[in-house]
Write a protein that binds this ligand. Sequence first.
Ligand code: C2E
Ligand code: CA
Ligand code: CA
Ligand code: CA
Length: 281
Amino acid sequence: AAKQRQSGSMVYDAALDKGSQQSLSLLSELRRAIENQELCLYLQPKIDIRTHEAVSAEALVRWLHPVRGLVPPMQFIPFAEQTGFISELTRWVIAEAARAIRQAADAGIALRLSVNLSTRDLLGPDLPSRMAGLLAEQRVQPSSLCLEITESAIMDDPQRALATLEQLSSMGFKLSIDDFGTGYSSLAYLKRLPVDELKIDKSFVLAMEHDLDDAKIVRSTIELAHNLGLTVVAEGVETSKAWQLLAALGCDEGQGYFISRPMPQGEFRDWLDRWALPELG
Ligand code: C2E
Ligand code: CA
Ligand code: CA
Ligand code: CA
């Protein structure tokens, strides 16, 4: 148990050993986490690079574990995906995001949120109607929600993914391809997908200041997105230099530590009130 506490990834690795005692207990802990309200959504702003407007935010799940403290998503999302618990978790995320959008609307703020979906979510048959129901409960329009989906989730079963995405898009949800450039989606598919946004993976954005190849990949992705009529977002914007480079390349939106780390919803409100672009050094 002492070891488990030291390293979250050890908990997760051990738990992945299917049928093990840990796997069962992690699963029941996760179930309890939802019941006991140990999960919460942190929000990270997305900024319009031209107007400096805070246009929306990405919702990122955190687990405030009573013993282990703040557990990052990479220590339980893959496990939730493997065990099928992810559908329950995603339902919680959507409901919570809808609640946050409703709260903001009641305070006069038109908040748009992005949430992350997993492969399983996309392949399950009832995702669109389930999500519509969760939003309707809070009187939130689907257009207030952007669904971030990775290339690999789409390429897992492209036919089915395409059908689901078309349904979601026709219902008014915004769709975004997350981690763009790291998967294997073909350009032929990209052209057919009803997406609104490409998110350049942070590995390229983090490296572009020092690596000319990465800078070229970022530049071509921005061009590709614009040629296809899509909004392009850079994630992992950590420095003033990266921000300025992206501005020069015509990138639409930026997200990253240069602007803000993901923060609890209460803090996000105050942040919005005080937000101004940091000094460009
Ligand atoms: P992602 O969707 O690619 O999310 C971006 C990750 O990059 C987040 O990590 C965010 O905190 C981090 N990040 C943001 N700005 C910067 C930056 O400037 N520099 C660097 N180095 N990192 C930055 P986080 O919150 O730990 O989430 C990790 C991954 O967990 C996410 O990657 C996503 O795949 C998954 N995830 C998070 N929340 C959810 C969720 O509610 N549902 C699902 N299915 N997956 C989620
Ligand atoms: Ca994402
Ligand atoms: Ca990403
Ligand atoms: Ca990622």
